[in-house]
Every structure is written in C-alpha cells, then in structure tokens.
Design a protein around this ligand. Structure first.
Ligand SMILES: *Cc1c(COP(=O)(O)O)cnc(C)c1O
Length: 394
C-alpha cells in the first residue's frame, strides 16, 4: 500500500522549484536506496562526519565540511562556531552570549527571513548600509568604510547572502573582512545550479558556506552542507554531535582533535539539529551524482520539456510563455494580461486535483513561473492542461 493511501495524503504537482515546504527536489532512487541501507546499520557518527568532511571538502575545495540538517541549520551552526570557537564555556553558554563578542554584521540588502537562523545561536545582527539599489533610489551599494564603522570589540562575523546579483561583490568583501580578522558566513542555500558555485564561493574567500542538500543537490530533504575553515567547521561539529561520551576513552576524528583534547564540551546549541546516518550518507551519494552530472545535457532536457509545455499554452488569450535562464536552472515565464489574472490563476491551480504549484515570486507583476526542477516528467501534460484551464477561467 502506498504511503499516500496509508496516511490519506494528497500528492502535489510541483512546478514551483525545489521549495522546502513542498519537500525539496524528489530524490533519485540511488540516493533513497543508499539511505535505506544506512538505516539498517550502526555507525560511529563522528567518524562518518569525518568521511563526509573529506569527501565534501574535496568537491568544494574547502578545508573541511560537515553535513547539517539543512542550510538554515548550517547558518545557526556557523554563527555558533564564530561565537564560541574552541571555548567550551562559550559553547555551554549559547544562546546567551552577552559575555563575549556576539555581533554579526549583515548588509540590509542581504537580510532574509533565514537571517533568524544566525540569531538563533545567540548572535545579535547588526544592519549595515542602505538599500538604494533595491529601492531604485540610487546607484551606490555597501562601501568598505561602512563595514569598518560597524566593527567593535563585540563583532564576531560578517554574514553574506549569495545571489546571482550579489556574488560578484564577495571577493572584495571577503578580503576586507579577512584583513580585519572577521570570518565571512555565506548563505548559498539555493545557489545551485550552476554547479560551478559548489567551488566558487570558497574560492572567492568565504570562511564558511551553507548549502541546502534538499534543493538542487537532490539529497535528503532535511540535509545541508556547512563547508569552510577547518577550525570553524570543527567547532560547529563539536556543537552539533552528541557529546554523551567518556572523552578519555575516545579518539576523536581529525576534524575534532584541536577542540577535544582529553575533554569534551557539553551538548551544544546544535544538538537539536543532529544529522542522522541516513541524511549524511544520502547527502554524500546525492552530492556525488550532482557534481558529476552533465549539466549542459540536463539543462537542455529541462528546456525541451519547458518548450513542449509552452507549445501546449499556444493560442491562449493574453497569455505569453517565454523561456528564461537568468544564470540559474531554466524556467518558463508565463505572463498574463491584465496582471491581476495571475493571482486567480494560482488559486485555480491550487484547487485542482492533484493541486498544482507554480512559482509565485512574480505574481504581483502578472507572472507565473514554471520551474521544472522538481516536476516529474509524467506530469508535464497534466501541468500544461491545468495552466490552460486556470488561465482560460481567469
Ligand atoms: C532554502 C533556503 C534556506 C534554508 O534551507 P533549508 O535547507 O531548507 O534549511 C536558507 N537560505 C536561503 C537563501 C534559502 O533559499
């Protein structure tokens, strides 16, 4: 009996992308079977994370890495590492961090709803600069003097949100922060594809980078990557792993050795974000597949599917479907006239059986986005018919 029938669940047709709230990108059978195999084993999790570190670091070009339970968890662990370092007392104190440097600088233009994940470790976020470009008020962005003016003895890190628009500014900011001893944490959760971003952010000087494992990588939904400097990843790992251990009888893996020298810290702020053996192994298998895939061929296949969907929308009154790239996975941009029709089309799609989800980021402009990354090929024709019906009725 299927889990859908067993638990009375409704499946969704997902043309909205790799959204976490819709379960991320569906996993390949090879990843699912590796997870199932892991599920039946007893393994030493610290040693498993060391293997993960070696494998992921080789793929990303970083010193070290660990598997987290998502990019948001990676952000909290990154902040915890920057706040506590190798200091057990600080690890034990988090999220109460008033007694030591706990401020994280964050440009206003980089603040997202995920920034809360940094604050969750006990960090105080300090807003920097203005948003002249975003508001259309002007041409200037964050300037080095604004970073310097915000640095105090309480400053612990700098946070950067990577997007196709911000990424070019990372090398200069990272160099500036490095010269001032300030680690840079980069949220790159959804910056894949392009696959080259796996290595690019580390190469640009990020001290810590966070990726989602459940989005384009196609790993377990509750997985992510924290990669970067070995001392910081080691601190993050020490604050995530279960520490109910007799340290004198334990040989920690190399990543933890600088921190655990005959004594272990208590359970850290990340103890509630434990990555299971299934997530760690699933992520490793998924990353191997993602890193070695033929990106050009995959993109061409997705484009061909989107063109076929666009052809099925031909002839609809005041609806125009065009293919768009914009440096990421291809999407179909479906523009409706007048723009107010888009919101009712979304509602009509969600009321179908099964419900159909499209990208809603540009609904206010009258645009529906069809993102094929999580769309099962066998649903393509149903999706096109559903969009036709929703647009025709609106
Ligand atoms: C999705 C996302 C996250 C959170 O990723 P999870 O793996 O779901 O925890 C964080 N930041 C950004 C920018 C995201 O898009």
């Amino acid at each position: 009996m299927s889990v859908l029938a067993r638990f009375g669940l409704t499946r969704r047709i997902n043309a909205a992308g790799t959204l976490t709230r819709l379960g991320g990108r569906p996993m390949a059978p090879e990843v699912a079977s590796a997870m199932a195999e892991a599920a039946g084993l007893s393994l030493d999790i610290a040693s498993l994370q060391q293997v993960a570190s070696d494998r992921i670091a080789a793929t990303l070009g970083s010193e070290a890495a660990m598997v987290t339970t998502g990019a948001a968890a990676a952000l909290t662990l990154a902040a915890a590492a920057c706040l506590a370092g190798d200091d057990f007392a600080r690890m034990a104190a988090l999220p109460f961090a008033d007694a030591f440097p706990n401020e994280i600088l964050l440009p206003r233009t980089h603040r997202t709803m995920y920034s809360h994940a940094l604050a969750a470790a006990g960090a105080r976020l300090v807003d920097l600069g203005h948003n002249d470009r975003g508001t259309g008020a002007g041409v200037r962005g964050l300037e080095p003097w604004e970073i310097d003016a915000a640095i105090t003895p309480r400053t612990a890190a700098f946070a950067f949100t990577a997007t196709p628009e911000t990424i070019a500014s990372l090398p200069a900011i990272a160099a500036h922060c490095r010269a001032r001893g300030l680690p840079v944490i980069v949220d790159a959760a959804a910056q894949l594809p392009p696959r080259e971003n796996l290595r690019r952010l580390v190469a640009m000087g990020a001290d810590l980078v966070c990726f989602s494992g459940g989005k384009a990588i196609g790993g377990p939904q509750a997985s992510g990557i924290l990669a970067g400097r070995a001392d910081l990843v080691g601190s993050a790992l020490a604050q995530q792993l279960d520490m109910d251990i007799r340290a004198e009888a334990w040989t920690p893996p190399p990543l933890l050795r600088p921190i655990i020298k005959g004594a272990a810290p208590p359970h850290g702020i990340g103890r509630g974000f434990k990555a299971g053996k299934e997530e760690i192994i699933g992520l490793l298998v998924a990353l191997e597949r993602f890193a070695s895939a033929d990106e050009a061929a995959e993109t061409a296949a997705l484009e061909a599917r989107l063109r076929a969907i666009a052809a099925r929308l031909d002839g609809l009154n005041s609806v125009r479907a065009t293919l768009s790239h914009s440096g990421r996975a291809p999407v179909l941009v479906v523009a409706l006239e007048p723009p107010t029709r888009a919101a009712s089309a979304v509602a009509a799609l969600l009321s179908q059986d099964p419900p159909v989800h499209v990208g809603e980021r540009r609904v206010a402009e009258g645009v529906l986005l069809v993102d094929p990354q999580s769309l099962q090929p066998e649903d393509d024709t149903t999706l096109a018919a559903a969009i036709r019906a929703a647009c025709a009725s609106g």
